[in-house]
Ligand binder design. Structure first.
Ligand SMILES: [Zn+2]
Ligand SMILES: [Zn+2]
Length: 105
C-alpha cells in the first residue's frame, strides 16, 4: 500500500526507506561520478515533474558532497546523470524529462 506522508509541505523531501535501500545496494554508497565514498542521494530530475519529486531508483543516483554540488550547477554533469540512468534503465529518464516539460509553462 502506498502511504501518504503526513506533512504535505514536507512531502517533496520524503523518500521511502525501501528506495534509499535499493539505491544504496545498487551503488554501494559510492559516488557514481568520481568513485569516492558518497553519502548523497541526488534526484537526477531534481525539479521533479510539476512540483512533485520522483523517488524512484531510475531517478536517484549516489554522489559525494562535492559532485552533488557540481551536478546542481554544471550542465555537463547533469547530462552525465541522465546518460548514467539511460545506460541502466533505458529511456525512463527521458520519459520523466518529457513529462517535466509538458507540466511547465
Ligand atoms: Zn563524487
Ligand atoms: Zn541533488
Amino acid at each position: 500500500m502506498f502511504q501518504k506522508p503526513k506533512h504535505k509541505r514536507k512531502s517533496s523531501n520524503y523518500m521511502p526507506d525501501i528506495v534509499i535501500k535499493q539505491v544504496y545496494e545498487r551503488d554501494g554508497g559510492i559516488c557514481q561520478y568520481c568513485g569516492k565514498q558518497g553519502a548523497n542521494i541526488h534526484h537526477i530530475l531534481f525539479g521533479g515533474t510539476g512540483r512533485k519529486r520522483i523517488h524512484t531508483v531510475e531517478n536517484l543516483i549516489t554522489l559525494c558532497g562535492e559532485c552533488h554540488r557540481g551536478v546542481h550547477s554544471n550542465r555537463g554533469m547533469r547530462e552525465f546523470t541522465y546518460e548514467w540512468s539511460r545506460q541502466k534503465y533505458g529511456d525512463v529518464i527521458d520519459k520523466l524529462l518529457a513529462e517535466k516539460w509538458s507540466n511547465e509553462k
